[in-house]
Design a protein around this ligand. Sequence first.
Ligand SMILES: [Zn+2]
Length: 343
Amino acid sequence: MKTAFLYTENFMKYDLGEGHPLRPARLKKTYEMIKRHNILDFYVEGKPVSVEDLYLAHSKEYVDAVKTGKNLEMYGFGTLDNPFFENIFESSLYYVGASVQCGKYSRAFNISGGLHHAKRDKASGFCVFNDCVILIKKLLEKYRRVAYIDIDVHHGDGVQEAFYTDPQVLFISMHEAGKFLFPGTGDTNEIGIKEGRGTTINVPLAPFTTDDIYLKMFKKIVLPITDDFDPEIIVTQLGVDTHYLDPLSNLCLTLKGYGDVIREMKEISKRWIALGGGGYNLETVPRAWTLAYSIMRGVDLDFTEIYEEESAEVKRYRNSNAKYFADVTYKNLKGEISEYFSI
Ligand SMILES: [Zn+2]
C-alpha cells in the first residue's frame, strides 16, 4: 500500500525563535534522510488549511486573536513555551493543512503535525492549533469509529479534552506521568464522561521507563482495547520525546523500542494516519521518523548498529521503580475501565 508523505518548505516558517526546542530543522532533516534512504514512494505537497476548518477545534475569538495578533496574552501566548512570532497564523495553517490532507489517503504521514496540546481557546506546549483534533473531526464525516493513539512522552491533553464526551473516538495516551512532567494531567482515572465514558484511556509511566516495560504495556493495554473498539481508521501521534537522549523528559526508550511500537501499530491498522509530535534531540528525531515511515511502507530500515549502541548506553538507566510504577498503572487502569474493556 502506498504511504503518502506530506511535506512543504513552508513548514520551516513555524519557527518559535532561537533557543526554542521545537526547531523546524527537525522536519527538514527528516525529509532529507527519507530521501537519502530512497524510501519516499508518494510525495504530497503540503497545503494550508482553510480558516473554516480551524473552527472545528477552536473558537472564532481564538482564531481571530492569532490572526490579528491582538489580546494574545489572554490566549496563552507570550510565554517561553509559546512566544508570539512573525507569520504565526500563516505558518500554522500549513502543519494543520497537511494533517487534513492526510485524511484523503488510507496511509499517510505528516511529520509536522501532532500538536496535541492546543486547546479550544488556548495555545499550549508549543502548539497553536490542534491539527489532531481538526483531522479527527474531518474523519468523523466519513467514519463512525476513529482510534487516536498518542505515544508522545507528554499527555495528549488537548485531544483528550476535545473528545472527552465522544463515544466515536477512542483516545489512548501513553506518557510520562503528570506528577513528573508537563502538562500534569493524564491519570488512569481520566476515562471520559457522559456518552464518552470509557473511551479515554491514559497510561502514565515513571521516569526511566525502558523499552521492555513500554512495549509490554502497549501490548497489554493498547492492542486489546483497540481491537475491541474496532476502529475504521487509526490516527497515531508519533512523538519521540520518549527517547533516552531527549532533553525535555525522562523516559528511556531507544529507537529499537520505538520501532517495535510502530510495528505493533502497523499490525492493528487497516487505515492509518501518522502525525509527528515532540522530540527535541536533533539526531534522534530524523532517524525515528525515517524508521517509522519505512515501517509504514513495509521496507523496515536496518538500524542494527544504532540499536546496539543505544541499548548498551541505556543499560545504566535501569530502575526497578519504573517496572513497579507500570504494574500499578495497569492495575489502576484495569479497575477504572473493567466495565468497558477487558484488559
Ligand atoms: Zn511531547
